[in-house]
Design a protein. Structure first.
Length: 321
């Protein structure tokens, strides 16, 4: 599945030499690795790796945020909302989230090198980054347009950009690869969508209860005493072997991070988020060959997200064989 995606013409072209998009591909691959590792066995160390990659990726390419945001929300859901909805202890507390914030901010300190060397910027650079205003202009890409690909260019429609992207994806993956990616997404949706909807509803209820609950101290004591008088039964919960596991046969509301199902859903949401957000703001014309080439560089990132549904379809085909 990875070979089908990475051997595409555009991906291969921008991965054979040192360039900003090749580095972004590496950052995306490492963040996807962190997500897969966390889905297999949630732990603070693996979450710290992912938080560090989110910060490091944002120092190289702004569109990296379109994957980082869904990944951060998924970890928060998996480590806090899903366990709370299932009645299990949350995976991460305040201290863990503070460590995750530090891991995210640490690589962003690379921008401080621009403050030191910005005063002696050579001709043709992005201006004087030694001043706070100059550094902010660089961070926001004001030279190109903060929420656009280029200044003073007319935007194509969302539908037109998306149509050209789908033609690009079909050419990169080949018709067979595109069909397998669609089949993998359909297989996942048919098997796990009901469980995801139940889990999301339970999580929203748990979040609402946690935010509105103000238990008096005396009630807290009595609740604690009640738990002591009525200890929990021994043995694993129904449908799983541990707090972080759970296969496709888990009960309602049970976290399914260990099966990788919620990871596939997160990547699907990240894929749609990227297409809608990017194609709404991309103000280059896909009808112009030169400008289409620029847009194709940014399409490598969503192409990489198709590897997982493609792998699901390949795995089911091998199982059937």
């Amino acid at each position: 599945a990875v070979a089908v995606v990475c051997l595409g013409e555009t991906h291969w072209e921008y991965s054979t030499h040192a360039e900003v998009f090749a580095l972004n591909n590496l950052m995306v691959a490492l963040l996807l690795l962190a997500c897969v590792l966390f889905a297999a066995r949630p732990s603070l160390g693996r979450a710290l790796f992912g938080a560090f990659m989110c910060g490091l990726g944002l120092t190289n390419q702004h569109t990296f945020v379109l994957l980082a945001v869904p990944a951060v929300l998924w970890v928060f859901y998996s480590a806090t909302l899903a366990p709370a909805a299932a009645g299990r202890p949350v995976t991460f507390g305040a201290g863990a989230y503070a460590a995750l914030a530090c891991a995210f901010v640490a690589p962003l300190s690379l921008y401080l090198t621009l403050v030191r060397g910005g005063g002696a910027a050579p001709v043709g650079s992005w201006g004087d980054t030694s001043s706070p205003w100059g550094l902010l202009s660089h961070l926001l890409r004001r030279e190109y347009g903060t929420f656009s690909l280029a200044l003073e260019h007319e935007s194509a429609s969302l539908l037109s950009n998306t149509r050209h992207y789908l033609a690009h994806a079909l050419a990169q993956l080949s018709p067979l690869g595109a069909a397998l990616a669609l089949a993998g997404g359909a297989i996942h949706a048919s098997e796990y969508a009901p469980a995801h909807l139940r889990g999301l509803a339970s999580s929203l209820s748990a979040l609402s209860a946690l935010s509105s609950l103000k238990l008096p101290r005396s009630d807290a004591r009595s609740a604690t005493a009640g738990r002591r008088r009525h200890p929990k039964p021994h043995g694993p919960p129904a449908g799983g072997k541990g707090s972080g596991g759970g296969g496709s046969g888990g009960g309602e509301g049970e976290g399914i991070v260990g099966s990788g199902a919620s990871l596939t859903s997160m990547l699907g949401c990240a894929y749609l988020f990227y297409l809608l957000f990017f194609h709404s703001l991309a103000n280059l014309s896909p009808h112009d060959p030169l400008q289409l080439g620029v847009m194709e560089r940014f399409w490598i990132q969503p192409d990489m997200l198709l590897a997982l549904p493609l792998a699901i379809a390949l795995a089911r085909a091998l199982e059937a064989a």
